[in-house]
Design a protein around this ligand. Structure first.
Ligand code: FES
Length: 279
């Protein structure tokens, strides 16, 4: 579903400008390797005397001595603490560390803390260099493991054509599916939903048309969403912002359509308006 984690990490050193429409959105490929890596592994050293075997790294010679952590273990704990400080749950932090520790991740032994710091970017200026997408992927994987409900929907691509099947977990927005979802459908969706403002309702590039059959179940947009939709490309009464439309059990089978273009009002505020024709 996503590109290899090692690829994402190699690109993690720089701030990540949002990809333009029609460029396949690059994703973090965690699912295949995250599942095994998320298996519970102890974060603290064993403390039972029987485990302090002679010659073990836990054995420091004194009965009351604190266990001696190896540099790798210290690095792992420090990386985990850094992620928690950034506001993620300890469970997610451990999942991120596990993913970065997996064989083939490209992270050198003892380099976890440096890597998560680099991926964390500079939050004081709103910059993230890969930590947030990785944490999101971990959150979704954890949710999946807990059996959160999968919602199936279809979308008609710009210009028409056969509906494309897609799926996401209950609670995910269409933007979340485009950015972090599984499967070919999510990959194609990502090509059309640019989501230039990252979901703060400032771009309208995530506009979708909801099939009239589903309008009542989807519900009405809020005032702020309506304001942004008025600036969207060829809005309709059935328009919704994909960053605000969240999947729910009652939306199983939802049908949407992707508009033939997008007005990027976010770039309009920051530089100049970019109108992208999709067809
Ligand atoms: S992502 Fe910008 S308005 Fe939805």
């Amino acid at each position: 579903m996503r590109r290899a984690l090692s690829g994402s990490l190699s690109a993690a050193g720089a701030a990540s400008p949002r990809p333009r429409l029609a460029h396949r959105r690059e994703r973090l490929s965690l699912a295949p390797r995250l599942r095994p890596s998320l298996e519970q592994r102890p974060l603290v050293p064993p403390s039972a005397p029987s485990q302090r075997a002679r010659g073990s790294r836990w054995h420091s010679g004194g009965a009351a001595s604190a266990p001696q952590l190896t540099r790798r273990e210290q690095d792992r704990l420090a990386a985990r603490a850094f992620i928690v400080e950034r506001g993620y749950t300890p469970e997610v932090a451990e999942g991120v560390v596990a993913a970065l520790s997996a064989p083939g991740s490209g992270v050198s032994p003892g380099g976890l803390l440096d890597m998560v710091k680099m991926m964390g970017g500079r939050p004081e200026i709103g910059e993230d260099a890969g930590l947030d997408p990785l944490a999101k992927s971990v959150e979704l994987e954890l949710a999946r493991q807990r059996g959160r409900e999968v919602i199936h929907f279809t979308f008609v691509p710009p210009g028409g054509g056969d509906p494309i099947a897609c799926e996401g977990l209950a609670g995910m927005s269409l933007k979340d599916v485009a950015e972090y979802g599984d499967g070919d459908g999510a990959r194609v969706l990502a090509e059309f939903l640019e989501c230039a403002c990252s979901g703060v309702m400032a771009c309208s590039t995530c506009q979708v048309y909801v099939h009239p059959r589903w309008s009542a179940k989807v519900g009405e947009p809020g005032d702020a969403e309506v304001d942004m939709l008025e600036l969207a490309h060829e809005p309709r009464d059935s328009s919704r912002l994909g960053c605000q439309l969240k999947l729910a059990p009652e939306l199983e089978g939802l049908q949407i359509e992707i508009p033939g273009g997008a007005n990027n009002m976010f770039d309009d505020l920051t530089s100049h308006k970019v109108v992208v024709e999709r067809t």
